[in-house]
Design a protein around this ligand. Structure first.
Ligand SMILES: Nc1ncnc2c1ncn2[C@@H]1O[C@H](COP(=O)(O)OP(=O)(O)OP(=O)(O)O)[C@@H](O)[C@H]1O
Ligand SMILES: O=P(O)(O)OC[C@H]1O[C@H](OP(=O)(O)OP(=O)(O)O)[C@H](O)[C@@H]1O
Ligand SMILES: [Mg+2]
Length: 314
């Protein structure tokens, strides 16, 4: 493969490994973006669309999209902040959710991030943490310092009193090894933090996986909007199920209040005039509760179907 193979193709970067990789591949499959990735090759040409998939470390994707080397990508919002990348977030994907937290040993009594000004911090998020402590040193409170991370126009001085040291992984080990007074790293379940005898002091930012594009490219290539709609459909299909049931006409209002649907449920007449059939999308997580409620108001033949794929209104 060489440069000419990529011409006239939309370049779409996805994490090559790690936490976001599998779910990204599931989105590509669900959206019928077909590709064959040859062993050890990080670029795969789509076999059914004018797209080239570029498999990159999640940490680099925001930078490549921001600088226009690739058109579209999936990465974490934390990576967008860390790279200070000028990208357009076009869709939140609902996975890779976690928080970037300031953490200290449980044996210490620091109460807030302000207490850590002048101390030694170890992190993989050198830029975000530098700006965060720079903002604290400049007199901002923690909420203002977090907000300033997303403000491209804010000029934040580098921290002068606080020492920020970079490590590429296993950040939680730094305090026990005597390298740091506090660390800043991602927390999801909290298991890693607790195992290292750390506790959270402040949340610097919350993050999830997002579809991002280069701002100059969004309106120039209709494929970007098409991919966004396809991925939205896959996510909605994962999130919702279709619930069908029969209900006495006189109870319809109560039942519809339980299953209002995305826009409105479909109500169809039955041969028996006293009854109607209802079909409605419901949130998968709430389905058992909804079925209990439907039964209580007199619904019968309640059936729940998985949705293979869908397109829903916004
Ligand atoms: N524990 C977690 N729970 C949810 N999302 C996470 C978690 N850890 C990381 N992420 C998200 O996934 C992104 C990529 O993290 P990942 O750990 O896959 O990258 P990495 O650390 O560079 O790779 P690896 O850990 O394989 O070396 C992060 O930027 C963040 O948005
Ligand atoms: O709150 P938890 O559910 O325990 O998840 C948080 C951990 O997950 C990530 O690490 P990862 O597993 O990617 O390892 P790494 O440090 O080598 O990147 C992150 O850096 C935390 O260490
Ligand atoms: Mg990791």
């Amino acid at each position: 493969m060489d440069f000419s193979d990529l011409q006239d193709r939309l370049l779409f970067a996805v994490p090559k490994k790690g936490r976001l990789h599998e779910q990204c591949v599931a989105l590509l499959n669900g959206g019928d973006i077909q590709f064959h990735r040859r062993n050890r090759l990080d670029i795969a040409l789509s076999t059914n669309l004018p797209i080239a998939l570029v498999f990159l470390p999640a940490a680099d994707i925001a930078k490549f999209v921001g600088e226009g080397n690739v058109d579209l990508g999936i990465t974490g919002q934390d990576m967008v902040a860390e790279n200070g990348a000028n990208v357009e977030e076009i869709l939140k994907l609902g996975f890779g959710k976690c928080s970037l937290c300031v953490q200290t040993p449980t044996s210490t009594s620091y109460k807030s991030s302000k207490d850590l000004v002048g101390k030694r911090i170890v992190t993989s998020f050198e830029s975000v943490v530098g700006r965060y402590f720079g903002a604290l040193e400049a007199g901002m409170d923690e909420t203002q310092a977090s907000a300033a991370l997303w403000d491209h126009t804010a000029t934040i001085p580098l921290p002068k009193q606080t020492t920020i040291n970079y490590v590429s992984g296993s950040v939680e080990a730094a305090c026990a090894l005597g390298l740091a007074d506090a660390i800043v790293d991602l927390v999801e379940s909290g298991e890693t933090m607790r195992a290292a005898k750390l506790h959270p002091i402040t949340t610097v930012l919350t993050t999830e996986a997002v579809l991002i594009c280069n701002p100059a490219k969004h309106n120039t290539n209709p494929l970007i909007e098409m991919i966004k709609r396809r991925i939205e459909g896959v996510i909605a299909a994962q999130r919702y199920v279709l619930c069908n049931y029969n209900i006495p006409r006189e109870k319809l209002k109560e039942a519809v209040a339980i299953t209002p649907g995305k826009k409105a449920p479909t109500v169809s007449p039955l041969e028996d005039n006293d009854w109607v059939a209802v079909s409605s999308m419901v949130n998968k997580k709430e389905v058992a509760d909804i079925m209990d409620k439907l039964e209580k108001v007199g619904a019968i033949d309640v059936l729940v179907f998985a949705i293979q794929n869908c397109r829903v209104g916004n």
